[in-house]
Design a protein around this ligand. Structure first.
Ligand code: NAD
Ligand code: TDX
Length: 332
């Protein structure tokens, strides 16, 4: 039994990870989460109280972070500002949380000698052409496009520097696009599902030819647990499940799974600097650590996700109108 500190555990992927850990291990979990607009305490409802503690606070708060690190055997760092569109309108919180927040955790890891796993994204590698047979590997040069991805790239480089310069015991993972329960309605898949539920037409940025490499959030969780248990200190692991799909195909699939005509969507203003394609080669994680994804059927995973949003309207309804009003004001 170990005591894990999970930052950002009230967000989408962090909450999926906390549920996964409590179900599949006997670890105790403490969540540190600021509960920004993206955090939702309800995503952690119903967890065993004797194995789970929630602390509301900021990862930039060095005193609080120090106190929590002193009680933790390992830290998994999910907390971030995570939405590209927001980073185009107001980059500052991305610098504070993604850069200064990660720095604050690294300094605490250095003081306490705590094992740290840093969660990052494939977006640090920039984008690929649609017809390029290449996929991202751990050796692809960093080339981020947005304020969001550049701050994530910066945070990764800080982790690498603290490993090399100060001997911090850290690993990094860069994962592709996640889908599943508890994802904020600002993101692509939940936005379109909840639009259809509300009778609003789904909104596709630009032509919709952009490709994302989808992985179920629970597969991301199992990969992170694998790296935490068996990963080599200082190493980077790419996480992906061979799920490349263009956005138009995903919208059409959501519409048909929800009983709507496949063309009942609108094209809206494209995202500035919109990355064309992401694709992950996760060979290292699979061959060196023996990880495999469990969700191999995207349509089945998407259908279960649609059911989750239908069954949990009280979870997302309070945020839906504000998110749509914001997008509408931007022509999206
Ligand atoms: P999210 O926006 O749903 O959740 C982020 C969580 O962090 C929220 O609960 C929020 O309250 C918390 N938080 C934000 N700032 C904080 C601060 N200063 N102190 C403490 N808590 C703070 O994000 P997500 O989609 O779950 O992403 C989690 C992590 O995974 C991020 O690091 C992101 O870069 C990475 N990632 C996401 C994806 C994806 O598809 N969503 C893919 C790869 C990597
Ligand atoms: O309404 C929309 N219409 C649309 O066409 C929205 C919200 C998005 N899109 C497009 C933009 C992207 O090509 O869908 C794709 C996915 O968009 P997002 O859900 O915003 O995800 P993305 O920008 O790809 O980034 C996500 O994956 C990598 C996460 O938000 C990041 O945190 C993660 O690092």
């Amino acid at each position: 039994m170990a005591h894990l500190l999970v930052t950002g555990g009230a967000g989408f992927i962090g909450s999926n990870f906390v549920h996964h850990v409590l179900e599949h291990t006997d670890h105790h979990v403490t969540v540190l989460d600021k509960l920004t607009y993206a955090g939702n305490r309800a995503s952690l409802d119903g967890l065993a109280e004797d194995r789970f503690t929630f602390v509301q606070g900021d990862i930039c708060d060095a005193g609080l972070v120090d106190e929590l690190f002193s009680a933790a055997d390992a830290v998994v760092h999910y907390a971030a500002e995570s939405h590209n569109d927001n980073s185009l309108h107001d980059p500052r919180p991305f610098l504070d949380t993604n850069i200064i927040g990660t720095y604050t955790l690294l300094e605490a890891a250095r003081r306490h000698g705590t094992r740290l796993h840093h969660i990052s994204t494939d977006e640090v590698y920039g984008d690929l052409e649609l017809d390029d047979p290449a996929r991202f590997t751990e050796d692809t040069p960093y080339n981020p496009s947005s304020p969001y991805s550049s701050t994530k790239a910066g945070s990764d480089l800080l982790v690498r520097a603290w490993v090399r310069s100060f001997g911090v015991r850290a690993t990094i993972s860069n994962c592709s696009n996640n889908y599943g329960p508890f994802q904020h309605v600002e993101k692509f898949i939940p936005r379109q599902i909840t639009n259809v539920i509300r009778g609003i037409r789904p909104k596709l940025y630009g032509t919709g030819e952009n490709v994302r490499d989808w992985i179920h959030a629970d597969d991301h969780s199992s990969a992170v647990l694998t790296i935490l248990e068996r990963g080599e200190i200082g190493q980077t692991y790419l996480i992906g499940a061979d799920g490349e799909k263009d956005n138009k195909t995903v919208v059409e699939l959501i519409l048909s799974l929800m009983g709507q005509p496949a063309d009942a969507y609108d094209h809206v203003t494209d995202r500035a600097g919109h990355d064309l394609r992401y694709a992950i080669d996760s060979t290292r994680l699979r061959t060196e650590l023996g990880w495999q994804p469990r969700y191999r059927d995207f349509e089945a995973g998407l259908s279960a996700t649609i059911d989750w949003y239908r069954d949990n309207e009280s979870w997302w309804a309070p945020t839906k109108d504000g998110v749509e009003a914001f997008y509408t004001s931007k022509g999206q």
